[in-house]
Write a protein that binds this ligand. Structure first.
Ligand code: DSN
Length: 449
């Protein structure tokens, strides 16, 4: 009997093809990325690291050819080493970093490794709070890091920007080991120069940016790069705007050297400290099939077309935000400067985000309910929804389609107001089915890569 998993994969393919993905942290990868990920590299163990000789700066031809001594704990690494070195070199080129660790299995693992590299238990880390738009791994009390380190948080202003005065005041008073700028629901462009300038007054503090959401915009040149403003480390996932496989990445500035010898704990040595914190500190064997897919992704991201893609993501997000405002939606922060839009459904139509998420699922529009800074509804039933344009931009949707999207979204919001609860949505099945067909038609006009 054929394994039903494969039928389910087919169904998922159909779901993706016939719907429109608005979750701002998702995307559609290329066939080449999928091919690298589903390759025989999954069979290989390669704990440790390849040689870093010549990376960055070495030519791709040289890296692909040259077999060098490595820092691995298993034999048979001649291909894996060169693949990982290509991934490292390309990531460094993309983000103007001195070093890249391409092994983190996820963004959460990447963040955890940086904390572990630089902090001792009980050390202070200053980060944006979860309700303000920060990420779980930035100190939410339910996480392991929050039990090890002492997180202090800053928030956002009424207008939706970072509360810089609060950040500066707390940084100077608390002298944290890490100042962290990063978020998963924030629509402004951070003033990295202003935050980075604090380093003059905080000599032993690591400045870290978790750019998981906007890394593709940075790579595409439409968002500033924190590494250019005195930040020492940048973490990211590789599957959001970067449009690669599900995984993590750590970029850093500083000395690159053998990870075998424990270096002195200085900011200059942060690349080596991070390598040791990823392996053996917090992870075992790297996922070389995913690392190969990251290498393929970074090459795609270095092409001129990726710059156009990044610019279009932002253009679409701004157009969508404008259309939504016209249709009566109240947006957190009044709009967007990146790829992401956060709607206050309570203020807009007096409904919660979860009901709206469920109703939109029924018409093939996927987004997620999301807490707002002022939220009292908890993370499962918050008042907001979060959406974004990276995935639909990959499929080629443009400003004209953003108008259609906003129209469907308003109609579904009106249905939610009339229904009031999930159970009552069934009474509006016919109305929802009409929109479902319209969404399917547009989706099929813009096939998956
Ligand atoms: N879960 C991711 C997001 O959706 O933003 C962040 O890790």
């Amino acid at each position: 009997m054929k394994d039903p998993v494969f039928d389910l994969i087919e169904s998922e393919k159909q779901r993706q093809a016939e719907g429109l993905e608005l979750i701002p942290s998702e995307n559609y990868v290329s066939k080449e990325v999928l091919e690298a990920m589903g390759s025989v590299l999954t069979n290989k163990y390669s704990e440790g690291y390849p040689s870093f000789k010549g990376v960055p700066g070495e030519s791709e031809e040289q890296i692909a050819k040259e077999i060098l001594p490595n820092y691995r704990y298993y034999g048979g690494q001649e291909n894996v080493d060169r693949i990982e070195r290509l991934a490292i070199a390309r990531a460094c080129e993309l983000f103007h970093a001195d070093h890249a660790n391409v092994q983190p299995h996820s963004g959460a693992n990447a963040n955890e490794a940086v904390y572990f590299a630089w902090c001792e238990p009980g050390d202070k880390i200053l980060a944006m709070s979860l309700p303000a738009g920060g990420h779980l791994t930035h100190g939410a009390p339910v996480t392991r890091s929050a039990k090890i380190y002492n997180f202090i948080s800053y928030g956002v202003t009424e207008g939706g920007d970072i509360d810089y005065e609060e950040l500066e005041k707390k940084a100077l008073a608390e002298k944290p080991k890490i100042v962290l700028v990063g978020y998963s629901a924030f629509m402004k462009i951070p003033d990295f120069a202003r935050i980075g300038a604090l380093s003059a007054k905080l000599p032993g503090t690591l400045f870290m940016a978790d750019m998981a959401h906007v890394a593709g915009l940075i790579a595409g040149g439409v968002h500033p790069n924190p590494l250019a403003y005195g930040f020492h480390v940048m973490t990211t996932t590789t599957h959001k705007t970067l449009r690669g496989p599900r995984g993590g990445l750590i970029l850093s500035k500083g000395n690159v050297a053998s990870p075998l010898k424990k270096p002195e704990k200085t900011l200059e040595n942060i690349p080596i400290l991070i390598d040791r914190a990823v392996f053996p500190g917090t992870q075992g064997g790297p996922l070389e099939h995913v690392i190969a897919a990251k290498a393929v992704t970074f090459r795609e991201d270095l092409q001129p077309e990726f710059k156009e893609y990044a610019a279009k993501i932002v253009e679409n997000a701004k157009a969508l935000a404008g259309e939504l405002i016209e249709k009566g939606f109240v947006l957190q922060g009044g709009g967007t400067e990146n790829h992401l839009v956060l709607i206050d459904m309570e203020k807009s139509f007096g409904i919660d985000g979860k009901l709206y998420e469920i109703a939109l699922d029924k018409v093939g529009l996927t987004l997620n309910a999301n807490a707002l800074p002022s939220d009292k509804g908890g993370a499962y039933r918050p008042s907001g929804v979060r959406l974004g344009t990276p995935a639909i931009t990959t499929r080629g949707l443009g400003v004209a389609e953003m108008k259609k999207l906003a129209g469907w979204m308003r109609t579904v919001a009106d249905i939610c107001v009339k229904a009031g609860t999930e159970a009552e949505l069934d009474a509006y099945g016919e109305d929802l089915a009409v929109i479902r067909e319209e969404v399917r038609k547009v989706a099929l006009e813009f096939p998956l890569p």
